[in-house]
Write a protein that binds this ligand. Sequence first.
Ligand code: ARG
Ligand code: ZN
Length: 881
Amino acid sequence: MAARGDQGRRPILRGDYRPPAWLVDHVDLELELAAESTRVLAHLDVRRNPEALDREPLRLSGVELKTRRVLVDGQPLADRQRTMDGESMVIGGVPDVARITTEVEIHPERNTALEGLYAAGSSLLTQCEAEGFRKITWFPDRPDVMATFRVRLIADRARYPLLLSNGNQLESGELEDGRHYAVWEDPFPKPSYLFAVVAADLAVLEDHFTTRSGRQVALKVYSEPVNLHRLDHAMASLKRAMAWDEERWGLEYDLDVYHIIATHDFNMGAMENKSLNIFNARYVLADPDTATDADYEAVEAVIGHEYFHNWTGNRVTCRDWFQLTLKEGLTVFRDQEFTADLRSRAVKRIADVATLMARQFPEDAGPMAHSVRPERYIEINNFYTATVYEKGAEVVRMYQTLLGREGFRRGLDLYFERHDGQAVTCDDFLAAMADANDRDLTQFARWYAQVGTPRLEMTTDYDHERGHYILRFRQSLSAHPDNEQRGPLMVPVKIGFLGPDNQPLPVTRVGEDGEGAETRLLVLTNVDAEFRFDQLPPDALPSVLRDFSAPVRLDYDWSDEQLARLAGHDPDPFSRWQAMRRLAERVLTAAIEAGARLPDAVELLIAAWKAVLEDETLDPALAAELLSLPSEAELAQQRDPVDVDCIHESRKALLMRLSQVLEPVLRARYLACRDGAAWSDSPEAVGRRALSNLILNLMLDGQCEAADGLAVDHYESADNMTDRMGALKALVHGRVGAADRALRGFEDRYRDDPLVMDKWFAVQASVAGADAVRRIEALMAHPAFSLKNPNKVRALLGTFGLHNPTGFHAADGSGYALMGRVIRELDGINPQVAARLATVFNRWQAYGAERAGRMRGELEAIADKKGLSPDVEEIVKAALR
Ligand code: ARG
Ligand code: ZN
């Protein structure tokens, strides 16, 4: 048995890539499936890779496999022909073309890591990305080895009536002893990480889709029978995704069947296995009674995401795991565009950038900072990050910004034309974009290599002699060893100006004729850049980085009044939101520095809020975005040392002031939003729920008169989960007397519904204050909680660590001690989830000597654990460095 978890693994380096010495053309698998023990018989048709650099022996990866037999061309191997090297079995003397046969035994029921083949409830499922296939059978488990697969599944018919794998079903039938079998064949060569198997007893919703060229595709979405009625939205989302991929990119589905399986036991969001997607149930199940509007949108987006991977990921895949952003950044970009095209583009863009700033910016500034194409890793699972995904999507978006929509489409078409069926690199993607548009993108490639969030400092000037308005930029990269000697980036910056009356001004560069557009693209290529404009008044108000045209931090010293003007009048909705955020951050920063006393600038913020609340022409969903304040965690990011309690008090003081001064306006807008409240999923209704719930929470935060009663009514009259959760949160966070009863009623109603119970755990985990620790401990003992279930861990402990600063950072260190204990225990159960959780300690140094000492103590205790997983080890060692 190959062991895992040998401490002190050496990092794998991007520069060490070598083409595979051996290829596998075809795989024949037979799995005799049972939860206690599954037998896997594999035949691999291998041959030497003509492109290999050396004549190396055949290497197969395997982890936790009980190996029964290894044969080469049907002949058993002599012992000296096979040696072990870490996770690899090295086989000498294999003919240049050969058939390798292995038989192993694995134990799905004991697999709590949820990687490889594992038992999820009464089902057996696989998760192979990134390196889970080696926990199923011996294989050169790397994405540049692509094979066709034929899979024969055998299992007890009563327990597992459903037997699925990738591709098309060739046959099925009965066997003796109540068993049955099914044979599946996937005609598309694929890397092992896209392999999947499901053996289960599930209900199915069926439909079909006819592609543009007339292919009839059977669509099947599966869940446990009790949730069959919650699959309609997933199915509708899948059909929308298929239609959109054809319309927007000309991409069609390529097989006759598409399966989606929902499970409650899943490490991530979902997985794009060829034709057999496996999903965290939270991204499949939805009905108004149990799913919020945000859940509805997330289901649609993740179903879209996994579907879009069929082209960007499966048809064209990654050569090695350093290229992960090739498929993930691109596919996130595609799912963002999908949502933007179907829903509100403005709201979607704001929400995406808000997520980037809240989740990716801290990663860029933290101990695990890495480029979108990392240079090294110890455990690849630690690199499924906001940087690779969300910042990677921003990099893809910049191509589109620079090349235009049509140019980008030409580039993508060429990418598929050149690379369909291949495993390629980010450089190949860039080359397709460059060649299709006849553009030199050499400099753009630095976006893949630089680490951290680049900074743009802007200054303005006016050349009175010539009547030129001048914008000057200076760019800089963060201080990181990987950034040394790196030249300037190519940065697309969208700009515009407002006149004294707040009207947008046409923008004309010096030397251009005619009247320019109101938004213009500037492309920065040097460290210092200067742009001159004609026909602008000296007091024109610059609006810069519209649409967040590049993932940078922009510094410019707008006055408070100027920010308020942009917040009210910038024609670009993202820039309005950004200005509102900046203004709120200024107010909060000043308050934090003055011991929670609000500065005078708060009046400007109040006026800006009032204007938003009174603007009945504004989309309520956009209004809700404009009125969202930076969280305590985001405020903490920008401070060193972090004064946890003062941040909390300052934010509370601001909420209090806003809600008290604006109470009549808030109440009026609230009532207007609640008018005609019967549930509908129209964008209008969704927007009104978003805004009314935001206002309700604000009024409770501000202890407005009779707000408690409003929240109780809101809760009791709710006919959908968005309102029910919105009101529950207001009651619980407002520590209103009625909160306990509401929590109990909610629990009674939903105790058997794991996804809804996740919400119940999360809403309690985020209640501020040092008593949070005891509450978390009590909730961990709740029968619905389990450390073995990743959704539960995220809902309770993830929420506590990330969204409850005053609880987690309780001065006595009890929050740290709890988290440390959980991480050490979870490490032995599920290293991937434990490693994610361990990142809550990343900024330990910034919390003052006392807290820092306690956090370091926890990190050291984790690092000292015997048999610590490489996953967690990589995270805590980076934090301690
Ligand atoms: N490729 C999947 C997605 O983006 C995520 C799989 C993550 N797997 C992992 N082991 N980290 O949809
Ligand atoms: Zn993905």
